[in-house]
Design a binder for this molecule. Sequence first.
Ligand code: FPP
Ligand code: MG
Length: 299
Amino acid sequence: MEELEKVKNQIREFVSVCNHQKSLELLEKLATGKMLRSKLILKIAGVSLESIKLCAIVEMIHAASLLHDDVIDEANTRRGQPSVNALYDNKTSIMFGDILYSRAFTELSQMDKNIAYTISNAVTLLSIGEMMDVDLTNTFNKSYDKYLDMIYKKTASLIEASAKAAAILSKKDENKYALYGKNLGLAFQMVDDILDITQDSKTLGKPAMLDFVEGKVTIPYLLLHERIENKTKLEALYKKELTNDESLWIKEQMTITKALEDSITLAKQIGNIAIDAVKDENDSETLIFIMKAMIEREF
Ligand code: FPP
Ligand code: MG
């Protein structure tokens, strides 16, 4: 996609301003992801100098948060490639995250006040969400509300802010687009949590069924725990390296109790709330397309 190349070039330009060769080198080491946030911004606001800048800012913030997250999660791979903390070390990952993050904020400070407020506020939310995520791995979380609040902050807040900022930029109804972005983000994270169970490690670019081992009680596990008879067995497997048989048992129980099926239904319902929010807008068809493509990432 031509316009995503423009975003990548803008990011390179923003980093070049630092006049620091190592930062440019590290930038090349980052595996580019789906650029969902940029696609969303460009669909809503169209391609212009300002919208490309906004995309670059959001992608740099997102990349910075992942550089920090991989240190926090002690992850060695990111999108199927070695992460910066694995290629270099934790210090480099944190410091490069800080460079990207502050460069993004310098550029953000030059944009419309309302956009700057929306994006910067979301970064506080995502930082709080990350802390909640880590804290929720201390004990087996059984609260759906806590899970939902955490994924809203950790994942949906920046997607919500991206959609809202793009609407502000193009003088559209910011509240409707924010609601769309929020629910798109929630559904996105739920789909991710489902894929952790249904996909193999090759497709995921990281070990499969890792969430539960890492202490993350995601939506399918929450439903499973509510419904399963042998709760003691499930709780005993929490935060444990799973054998093949144990993984299979969990998957089987997820099918029997319909925990997996109902998680998919829930993600789709949340997706429909997003679609409903923008159904009367003239770009609703593309927004529905984005949502469907995201939900149907193969369960
Ligand atoms: C990935 O979650 C993590 C996030 C989406 C947010 C991380 C946020 C911070 C570290 C706050 C700091 C922010 C800045 C801008 C420096 P995950 O671990 O569930 O997903 P993964 O499997 O992709 O790692
Ligand atoms: Mg992580």
